[in-house]
Design a protein around this ligand. Sequence first.
Ligand code: ATP
Length: 268
Amino acid sequence: MTVTNDDAARNGQETDSPYLLRADIDEAGYEPGHPIVRNVVLDVRPGERVGLIGPNGAGKSTLMKGLLGHLPHWKAKVFWRGEEENAARDNAISSKIAYIPEQPIVYERLTLWEHLVLAAASSGLSEDELNRRADRLLRRFRLNGFRHHYPVKFSKGMQQKTMLIVGFLLKPDLYLVDEPFIGLDPGAVLELIDALEEERSRGAAILMTTHVLDSAERLCDRFVLVHDGGTAASGTLEEIGRMAGLGPEARLFDCFHRLTAVDDEVEA
Ligand SMILES: Nc1ncnc2c1ncn2[C@@H]1O[C@H](COP(=O)(O)OP(=O)(O)OP(=O)(O)O)[C@@H](O)[C@H]1O
């Protein structure tokens, strides 16, 4: 089933764009001729939280890699505040984005504090600002006692918190967050939701993938559902509920199942 609100808006001729980021993606994949997803529009306004959802293997992480300029096959027009990004400028928008990957990536020989110093240096953050922001984040995510420990020896959840702290430290315009909830303890999930809400009220936008649909429903203003190599639905929960034929009160979980239902019967 394919229902989308975006078809009329695919010409990319925007002026005075309300969007912080808008990507009209023709094809995204790992080799030419084998796109993983086609014809997807991803857009996010300042202060908006958009949930990118879809079944395993639908291409959510692939789309995020494309936005970051890390994908070998990427046929897309990307607009930042209405201005088209020049593909020749590699990673042109990545300096405005904090990417929090699904699999934590930590440097083997750096302590947690050294990770923060490195991130601060690469984005021109002053020492005072680093100390002030880092102190609050380390306390918030309960890693204050681990400043001088090596994240490579942390648990998965602690490594994930390290990635979150590095991302929040930089206060970017846009957060790309790939499956933030799995692996965090319940207290950390609440802190994450609060931290994202603080960032949203500052005007930062959030594009996140997740399978934790009750948290997504609570947090996100709008959703893009990727399935079968394209956009299966996009809009607010109310709009998606209507598209799924479930009405405006529908839960995201039920919409997801309705819109991604497999036609073929599973053989016994
Ligand atoms: N480095 C790669 N090279 C080739 N194919 C890849 C690579 N990474 C992912 N894929 C393929 O791209 C498809 C989409 O993968 P992707 O990780 O984007 O899915 P996803 O929607 O994020 O899934 P999940 O919900 O399981 O995290 C899958 O078929 C996967 O096998």
